[in-house]
Design a protein. Structure first.
Length: 461
């Protein structure tokens, strides 16, 4: 009996030691991959995405060599670690985009491993949101039960939610820290005359400066004119969300009755100083439409060059560049086209849907009622046009006058980036590192394999 008890105790101690060693390996790997990382942007994708490589190696190693319970523990602790380091960034946008880029790359590596490796069990249907994850997921209800974490696709679905949460924080930070202050307008003396060319130039330059500040927050390296290892699609997606809000905000402000009307909503209608508008509020004419088109085109070209980069636009040609530029400020583009369109053509619903599909017929009628003749379009809007639009509105709404204005900004929506064509930049290795011991290699490029990490931990234990 004593021998049996001793054997059981020895077996229990061995199990405890084995579990402690496993926990130590996990902690050491997560320390290297997450907690000891300085989240700085740099020109090397290999160095920027070192955390993603470490985490993917740890998880794939756990799937290949550890029990399902330990594998689930690694998956859960990895997601919890990403949440923790992201929360520690506060509102530091560049650090948040660093971790967002790593989360995307980590998820992509794991997804490819699940699909391609025979060492991993066949996955269940993914629970990820292929149609995008909305801002409500910022509550981060991603840490499910331990049994769920044994399913491989649980990790990728959880990573999508973490990405969505980080993305939402980045968009909100850029909106409130960079774009919203610019809407208040600097105290630069007396108000310029309505329609003054200097006012339009001030608005163009003011917003270009704000966009550049936003890019510096998103990626200081790329904003400085250098290539960065982080995923460029992140900055593009963030700016698209922020510009979408700004488009609605400017649209609502321009269609106010006068520049003295107050803002009505902190997101959809927040502009206080009308000097930041490309055209004066309430000034609707052919000339203001042309000025609006010029301002929006200037911003769109600047954003397109800054986000896409000169190489991509040259490679893909003018057609794609033009298409990308049209993604910015759709409402302002439609408003400018509507103001310059011959007014009798507006009665053609097909033309109207082509020129301004996002502007309701009720709002079109309101815009035309406030349209002012100028030297480029000296005639008033024909009364027959207004009567026809009024009749169309009456029939469409069954006699109820229901104009939806001001417009509401769309909620933040995160669409997972498309899979990269290659992860070679993330995995590129220098030949000089091939024969370097594991600890010194970690010091140089932070890429010590899990097998070598285990041997180092074993020597300590």
């Amino acid at each position: 009996d004593e021998d049996t008890a001793a054997d059981e105790r020895i077996e229990e101690m061995e199990t405890r030691i084995e579990n402690l060693e496993s926990e130590l390996r996990q902690v050491a790997a997560l320390e290297i991959a997450l907690y000891s990382v300085v989240p700085d942007h740099g020109t090397s994708a290999y160095k920027v995405h070192a955390p993603a490589r470490h985490l993917s190696r740890l998880y794939i190693h756990a799937c290949e060599k550890w029990s399902p319970e330990k594998q689930a523990s690694v998956a859960r602790n990895t997601v919890a670690g990403l949440i923790l380091v992201s929360k520690s960034c506060g509102n530091d946008v560049s650090r948040l985009t660093f971790w967002l880029s790593n989360a995307v790359v980590f998820r992509e590596i794991v997804s490819q491993a699940i699909e391609n490796s025979s060492l991993l069990p066949s996955p269940v249907n993914p629970k990820g949101n292929a149609n995008g994850v909305k801002e409500e997921s910022k509550q981060l209800g991603v840490l499910q039960s331990a049994d769920d974490w044994q399913e491989k696709w649980t990790l990728t679905a959880a990573l999508e939610k973490v990405e969505s949460w980080i993305f939402y924080r980045v968009v909100e930070s850029i909106w409130w820290q960079t774009l919203t202050p610019n809407m208040q307008g600097p105290p630069i003396g007396e108000r310029l005359a309505v329609g003054d060319k200097k006012e339009g130039n001030f608005s163009i330059d003011s917003w270009k400066n704000a966009f550049h500040d936003a890019l510096k927050r998103l990626c200081p390296v790329r904003a400085g004119g250098h290539e960065c290892g982080c995923l460029p699609v992140i900055a593009k997606k963030v700016l698209e969300q922020c510009i979408g809000r700004l488009d609605v905000a400017m649209f609502n402000a321009i269609l106010r009755e006068s520049a003295h009307e107050m803002p009505t909503d902190p997101v959809s209608d927040p502009i206080v100083d009308s000097r930041v508008l490309p055209i004066p509020a309430g000034d609707l004419s052919f000339r203001s439409g042309a000025q609006l088109k010029y301002s929006v085109g200037s911003w769109s070209r600047w954003l397109s060059d800054a986000v896409l980069g000169s190489e991509e636009t040259k490679t893909d040609g003018l057609e794609k560049e033009t298409k990308e530029r049209k993604t910015f400020f759709p409402l302002l583009n439609e408003l400018s086209d509507l103001l310059m369109l011959p007014k009798d053509l507006i009665l053609d619903s097909k033309i109207r849907m082509e020129v301004c599909p996002s502007i309701s017929v009720e709002l079109v009628k309101r815009i035309l009622c406030n349209f002012s003749p100028d030297e480029f379009s000296p005639d008033h809007v024909p009364g027959a046009v207004l009567e026809a639009l009024n009749y169309e509105c009456h029939n469409a709404n069954n006699g109820i006058n229901s104009i939806s204005f001001p417009y509401s900004a769309s909620p933040v929506v995160y669409m997972t980036p498309p899979p990269s064509s290659s992860l070679d930049d993330v995995y590129e290795k220098k030949a000089s590192n091939a024969s370097t011991p594991c600890l010194s290699r970690k010091g140089k490029d932070g890429s010590a394999p899990i097998d070598e990490l285990e041997s180092c931990v074993a020597s300590v234990v």
